[in-house]
Design a protein. Sequence first.
Length: 315
Amino acid sequence: MSKRALVTGGAGFIGSHVAEAYLDAGYEVTVLDDLSTGRREHVPGGAKFVHAGVNDREARELLERGRFTVLNHHAAQMDVRVSVSDPLRDERINIAGLINLLEGARVGGVQRVVFASSGGVIYGDGESLPFSEQSRKLPVSPYGVSKLASEYYLAMYSTLHGLEVVSLRYGNVYGPRQNPHGEAGVVAIFSNRLRDREGLTIYGDGSQTRDYVFVGDVARANLMVSSGDPPTVNSIDDAAFNVGTGIETSVNDLARMLLEIARADVSVGHVDSRPGELLRSAVDSRKLAADRGWVPQVTLKDGLQQTYEWVASCR
């Protein structure tokens, strides 16, 4: 039986790399994306493309009839600021959209669902770092709440309907194809400004930390959990794997590294911090290493170099 994967958000930053990983591993791949933030040119050659959103009837019917073995769900409203200003929009896309897809997967006999969760937003400030999968959950934004709630829905569908489910709790993913506008991460934003020799703006004092993990390493993690024995789901943490380096990097240090890579001499300014963001974050991925043999292969220095070179080529 051929392996068939549906990748939602597969025209986006992470999803397009995941779709490529599936293709390279011999899967038949379909990408579903509404192109609200994704780009058609990021859909890898060899993948079928369906232009639809996760709330659309077309998306559910595609899963009902498509004979997919894996649903890989990356489509999301992923901007923390948008979730704070418009939590209902966040809920419609991230929770109602997931349920729409799961209903299609249930009817269509999808074997496994791989869900892009977030280790950067579901854990609570004040916990010892790096976060393990069992760390206290206390999201401080609607976006974080939607990710945590989605993991509970997945566990419920596993219990009620027998779906195999895996949640990957990412650190801060960066790399080529990350959009430097909209919901983009700081690496893409800084790289874009440095390419144009514009000054950098840091929210807060810059001491806040994140766990930066390269997108190619993240795509490998998705592929690894898409086959093999599924987790036994007695709790949401049983079905979850952190994906990160376990290393904290401050925004100030990140800016310094990118300034050196870009060989740029620009101003670095500070403005007020933004609501709904953690002060410190890093995730412990030893569970994924023990279960699937996954370890990050790309160092932050090399990953930043690749990312900046890609951004610089997009003039």
